[in-house]
Structure formats: C-alpha cells, structure tokens
Write a protein that binds this ligand. Structure first.
Ligand SMILES: Cc1cc2nc3c(=O)[nH]c(=O)nc-3n(C[C@H](O)[C@H](O)[C@H](O)COP(=O)(O)OP(=O)(O)OC[C@H]3O[C@@H](n4cnc5c(N)ncnc54)[C@H](O)[C@@H]3O)c2cc1C
Length: 527
C-alpha cells in the first residue's frame, strides 16, 4: 500500500511554515487533528498554529486530542502530583479551545504499547485528513511516534511532527566542524549568535482564526470516542497527600493564563535581582515556572521574549538578572540537545562512558537511602531540601545540587536512584533536565562537576542559607535553634542536645565519606 507522506519541521527559516499556500482544496469536514502531549497551551504552539492555518485554508474544523495513559506515565516515574497538574492543565486547555471552535477528544490507553493503536483508531474514526504533533525527544516517545506515523501512513493519513520544546531546535547549535557541543558555555555562545541573527526563530506564532465549526456528525463521533478526562489522579497512581494537593493548587494554578501571570510578575518584580537572589533558597525568588515549562503550559520562546523585552532585546549584556535568567533557559535547551544527541542518557547510562565502572550502592532499601529520601540524614540543609520535595513537589535549584552531591558523594549511592526519586516526586519532572542535573552532580555527565569537587553540606548551608530560614521552614525540630548552630547541630550543640530536640545525628561523617567516594571513583575510572 502506498504510504502517505510524513514530515518533520526542519526549522530552517520560519518555525511554522505557511502550509496554507500548499494546502489541497477544501474537503467536507475532514478535520485536522492535533495530538497534544507535553505542549498544553494554545499560544505559540507550533503544531497547533500550523494545524490552524491548514484548517482555515481548507475550511475544515480543528480537533485536539489528548491521551490519558496512567500506566505509561507511572512506568516513566511520573509524580502523582505532576499527573494531577497535567489533568488540570488539560481541562483548562479544553475549555479555552472550546471558545475558539476547537473540539477536544480525550482518549485512554491501557499501556504505553497501546497508545499508537488508540491514536490511529481515533484518527480514522474522525475521518481526519491529517494529524500534527510537537516532538517529544525521549526514546520511548520517539518510538511511539514512529509507530503512529506508520499505522496512519498505511491508511493514507499523513502526519507532521513539529519542533517546539526548545527555543532553538536541537542540533542547530553546533561547532564550526559540525560537532555537538558537550560543554555549556560554547553551546550558549553559539545559541545566542544564531538567535540574535534570526529573531524569527523565537517569534511567537498565533493560531489562525476564526476556525470552521465542527458539524453535528463530527461532534457525535467525538462524543462517541471520548473516554473523558479523570477528575482525580487515576489508578495505579497513589493519591498525593492532602497537604501536597493544597500546596500545589495554590502555587501552581492550572492553565496558560496563570503561567503567563507568573511569567509577567516574575519579569516585572524579580528578574532584575535574579542573579543575586537565585541561590538563596530561603528567599524563594526564582520564577517557579519549571512545572509550566515541563508540561508546555507556557512556551520557552515566550519566556525568552519577555526577558528580552525587559532587557532592551539584549541576550548577554544589560541587566545581570535578565542575562542570568536567559542563561537558565539556555541550560534547558542544552540538556534537551544532549538527550537528542546522546540517547543513551535515556537508558540509565552515564554520559561519560568511562565512569560506567564506578561502583555505587544500588539498594533502594538501604537505610542510608531511606534516610536521604525522607530527610533524616542529620545534615539540616539536605534534610530541608528532601522535605521540601515531599511537601511541595519542588526543590530549590541550589538545594537540588546539594542533596544530589550528598547522595552520590557522601553516601556513595547510585545517581540513578536519586534521579528516579526526584522524578517520582517533582511536579516539574523532566527527563533531560533531571538527568542532566543528576549526572552533573555525580560527575558522570556532560560538563559536570569534576569528581574531586565535593560539596561540604555544612559550608553550603552557611553560604546559601546564612540565616537558616530555609532550614527552619522545613525542619521543625530545629525551629528553636536561632544562631549559626543550625548549620551543624551535632558539632555545635552536641548529640544529647540534638536528641532532645528530636533531630537525628549525622548518618555519615562528611570528611570520611567523601574520601571513600574519591577513592571509589578513581578506582572506577582507572586512576
Ligand atoms: C539534580 C537536579 C535535578 C533537576 N531536575 C529538574 C527537573 O526534573 N525538571 C526541571 O525543569 N529542572 C530540573 N532541574 C533544574 C532546576 O533545578 C529547575 O529547573 C529549577 O529549580 C526550577 O525552578 P524555577 O522554575 O524557579 O527556575 P528559574 O531559576 O526561574 O529558571 C527558569 C527556568 O529555566 C530552566 N532551568 C533553570 N535551571 C536549570 C537547569 N539547571 N537545568 C535545566 N533547566 C534549568 C527551568 O525550565 C526553569 O523553570 C534539576 C537540577 C538539578 C541540580
């Protein structure tokens, strides 16, 4: 059977090409379908923009589709609180799309392997003339999309995959010799040069309107195939605690309108001071946009545009705060590039293959790992971070670095256990950034900490939480410890006092433990 063409947006000139000009003549109610995944927004959504242009030009309605796939999500270690946030953002998106004449189909898949057939069956039932989606770069997702493309091609239905997740499409920033950058600073330099040269790469793309209205027959089919959106976290997820739900509902109101409010207020009030404030977990002055960015509730290009607007369109001069924040957006692109170019990082392998022989503790039942997970290590800054993760589904970046260093270099525990624990609890869990952060801390990754640089958790605490306000917030046992003692309760107060406070003694001695790590790491890499 002849295959229908499948295309992939090459991002060469414009991110969204003008398909309308090349579109075939109008056909009766053959909808254009957009399969929404981690791009839960209307504005500046490459696939949606492109599909809307085709739909308007053809006089066909636009249908947006979402697949609820709890077993697949759990297989990928998604946190229950992130699952809940997804469902709320999908619901907000469905309501917003309805105002634009866009119908919404919710499907359900029993497992990851079922997704391609579920999607294909729905597209066929809808009598769609084509389907578009934004690319998810992880391995399973890439394989899934290949299967969907093939199933649909066998039925003469073309599919189009668009680049959307990054500000600059992965693979575009390369060395003069065409090689992949594995070090951040030169990557950033080229990233900035390319974007400065061609601002159309980050120009925000609006949807075309007004869109044709779906016929009663199409609406009937949509109702018949829609399985409905769960209103609570579905099985087999365990429901998050009520405290976590209450916190997340307040901190992360669903939908892109709320994400935009967060972005605008950050840029207005805090971006200027970001360079100085971003390393102070007690102040909590970063943007808190990561949960929205991870689900695509806001576009990274919109974040960049807002930051540039606040900085006279400058990427690398002007306000220190804006420049530093733009750099963080670039880190996000950098780690996605690494994932695309080195897919082994999706398969539990270290980026630096020479570190593969380092021996780590891999037992998830080990008491040391459990103490770390629950925030009972006896190192207050580590315990505060781990408890923030459980209480909020989020942890401040500086503290993520400290707890990751502690797990790997003080406890000698495999970074993959830490990576998994983070994914299972983070509302902003993102494979590329999480893996990048963990491998950076464990010295197995690209552009990572040198293995001999080991954070001293007490010094980190004194430097980045000098007043101890972050620790006091999350470690109530130490609330009454008012001075510098809070950073080193065992050393400064003694064991009997901390026992009386109900706090734990340190589970390892930092000096001895980090020395043991150094020796093990050197043995592993043959030094
Ligand atoms: C061990 C470890 C694990 C991490 N896991 C994740 C994760 O699963 N998901 C995630 O989004 N980030 C992760 N990060 C990166 C970073 O900690 C978070 O992006 C940041 O704390 C989110 O808070 P914010 O939105 O207030 O960030 P801001 O400081 O306001 O930064 C703005 C945006 O830039 C991006 N960004 C910032 N720092 C980084 C970074 N180091 N790497 C990649 N992107 C960055 C994020 O999208 C963030 O929302 C991890 C870092 C470490 C060290």
């Amino acid at each position: 059977m002849k295959r229908a063409a499948s295309t992939s947006d090459d991002h060469d000139s414009k991110r969204v090409k003008d398909d309308a000009q090349a579109a075939p003549p109008p056909a009766a109610q053959r909808p254009v379908v957009v399969w929404i995944r981690s791009d839960l927004r209307i504005s500046d959504n490459s696939a949606l923009t492109r599909a809307s242009r085709i739909a308007v030009a053809d006089g066909n309605p636009l249908v947006v589709m979402f697949v609820v796939s709890p077993n697949e999500w759990l297989e990928h270690d998604m946190a229950a609180i992130k699952c809940r946030f997804i469902l709320h953002c999908v619901s907000a998106l469905r309501d917003a799309l309805a105002l634009l004449n866009v119908s919404f189909v919710t499907l359900t898949a029993a497992s990851r392997r079922d997704v391609p057939q579920v999607v294909c069956d729905a597209v066929v039932r809808l009598n769609a003339n084509r389907i578009l989606w934004n690319i998810e770069y992880e391995i399973h997702e890439t394989q899934r999309d290949k299967k969907v493309t093939k199933l649909l091609a066998d039925r003469q239905i073309p599919s189009t995959a668009c680049h959307d997740q990054c500000i600059l499409m992965p693979g575009k920033a390369r060395t003069k010799e065409g090689k992949v950058y594995t070090v951040f600073t030169p990557f950033k330099k080229t990233w900035i040069t390319i974007l400065q040269k061609d601002p159309s790469l980050y120009k925000l793309q609006p949807m075309s309107a007004p869109l044709p209205v779906a016929s009663p027959a199409l609406l009937e089919t949509i109702t018949a195939i829609s399985t409905g959106l769960p209103t609570t976290v579905p099985q087999p997820f365990e429901a998050p605690s009520q405290e976590l739900i209450d916190f997340a509902d307040k901190m992360y109101p669903a939908g892109e309108a709320n994400a935009r409010i967060r972005l605008e207020s950050f840029v207005k009030a805090r971006i200027k001071g970001y360079k100085n404030d971003r390393d102070s977990p007690g102040k909590d002055l970063t943007s808190r946009l990561s949960a929205y960015l991870a689900l695509g509730v806001i576009s990274p290009r919109e974040c960049l545009v807002e930051a540039l607007n606040a900085n006279n369109q400058k990427f690398d001069s002007g306000s220190d705060g804006a420049v530093t924040w733009i750099s963080e957006l670039c880190w996000r692109d950098f780690y996605k590039n690494i994932l695309v170019e080195y897919p082994r990082v999706c398969k539990n392998q270290p980026f630096k293959l020479e570190t593969d022989n380092v021996t780590w503790t891999t037992d998830p039942e080990s008491p040391l790992f459990k103490a770390w997970c629950t925030g009972h290590t006896g190192y207050p800054i580590v315990d505060a971070g781990m408890r923030q993760l459980l209480a909020e589904g989020w942890m401040h970046n500086r503290v993520r670095m400290i707890v990751a260093s502690f797990l790997t270099k003080d406890l000698g525990i495999d970074w993959r256990l830490g990576e998994k624990h983070f994914m299972r609890h983070l509302i902003d869990g993102d494979l590329a950034s999480n893996n990048g952060g963990w491998q950076w801390a464990a010295s197995t990754g690209t552009d990572s900490q040198p293995y001999f640089r080991i954070f001293n958790p007490t010094l980190q605490s004194e430097k980045f939480d000098p007043a101890g306000s972050y620790i006091r917030k999350f470690v109530p046992e130490l609330k009454g410890v008012l001075g510098k003692e809070i950073h080193d309760p065992k050393g400064k107060l003694g064991l009997p006092r901390i026992a009386k406070l109900g706090y734990v003694a340190p589970i390892v001695d930092h000096k001895i433990a980090s020395q043991a790590f150094l020796e093990a790491f050197k043995r592993g890499i043959g030094k």
